[in-house]
Design a protein around this ligand. Structure first.
Ligand code: ZN
Length: 269
């Protein structure tokens, strides 16, 4: 099977046109006509993951985060991006990124989070209004974040404990507890603070996301509970989602999950 066939299968689910303008999803490195020897899925295609792919006999690494975001003018190994690219080229390993286009589909990154919490009545939090998405005019299935409901209302503490357990978290950074019952839950994998206003407008009792800055916590205005669970933690089920998509299309093909924990953030507790 050619690499291109695998890309087509992914882009049937998460069309490349759904990515945000700043993004760099797609085949970042390699030739779509190469015969694929195996796929390794990961969140971050670091050099260690490229070497993991090599050891496993996989010449295609599918990552959520694009290893190259901005242009590269030199390639001399002075930083981790260049080192990774050089190692991939030397070993004939292709790198494909499926980033905000996977975030922006209803059955994407946020849906995996919502399923882990057992949420129901899931809807896109900020539907795409851009009419250039000609492949799919039903914008209610394309956009950022998710708004959903708990099957049964929960108290805040119990809810946060459930989130901690479901995501195996060491820590949750959150705003002041409001002594409100949690019914509606907004969530966004990765850096989702840009959706706080949408979460509040949608009547969410809590917004689960990551990468909130100090001043952004103030924006909750004691109207919503912000729960910052960490970027890697919020996206940890994304690799499983990629594996599910590919195994459904290619049940007998070698699709592996990276075992390297690439989270650059550590906690000293
Ligand atoms: Zn991310």
């Amino acid at each position: 099977m050619r690499i291109n066939e695998i890309i087509q299968a992914l882009e049937q689910v998460a069309p490349i046109a759904y990515q945000e303008s700043y993004d760099n999803s797609g085949l970042i490195l390699g030739d779509p006509n190469w015969q694929c020897t195996g796929v390794l899925c990961c969140l971050d295609s670091t050099e260690a993951v490229i070497l993991e792919a090599k050891a496993a006999g996989c010449n295609l690494v599918i990552a959520h985060h694009p290893i190259i975001f901005n242009g590269i003018k030199q390639l001399n190994g002075k930083n981790y991006v260049e080192k990774t690219v050089i190692t991939a080229i030397k070993n004939d390993i292709a790198i494909y990124a499926i980033h905000t286009n996977l975030d922006n589909i209803i059955l994407g990154v946020c849906n995996s989070m919502a399923n882990k919490l057992g949420l129901i009545h899931k809807k896109i939090l900020a539907p795409k209004s851009n009419t250039s998405f000609t492949e799919n005019n039903d914008n209610q299935t394309v956009g950022s974040g998710l708004i959903a409901e708990l099957p049964e209302p929960m108290e805040e503490i119990g809810f946060l404990q459930m989130v901690q357990t479901s995501f195996n978290l060491r820590v949750i950074r959150h705003t002041v507890l409001l002594n409100k019952t949690i019914r509606k839950v907004a969530l966004c994998g990765g850096a989702g603070s840009f959706l706080l206003k949408n979460a509040m407008a949608a009547g969410a009792d809590v917004f689960i996301s990551a990468d909130f800055k100090y001043h952004e916590f103030f924006d909750a205005e004691e109207r919503i509970l912000i729960a910052d669970i960490g970027h890697w933690e919020s996206e940890q089920f994304t690799v499983g989602l990629l594996i599910d998509i590919l195994q459904a299309k290619f049940p007998t093909f070698a699709v592996l999950k990276s075992v390297i924990k690439t989270n650059p953030v550590n906690y000293f507790l």
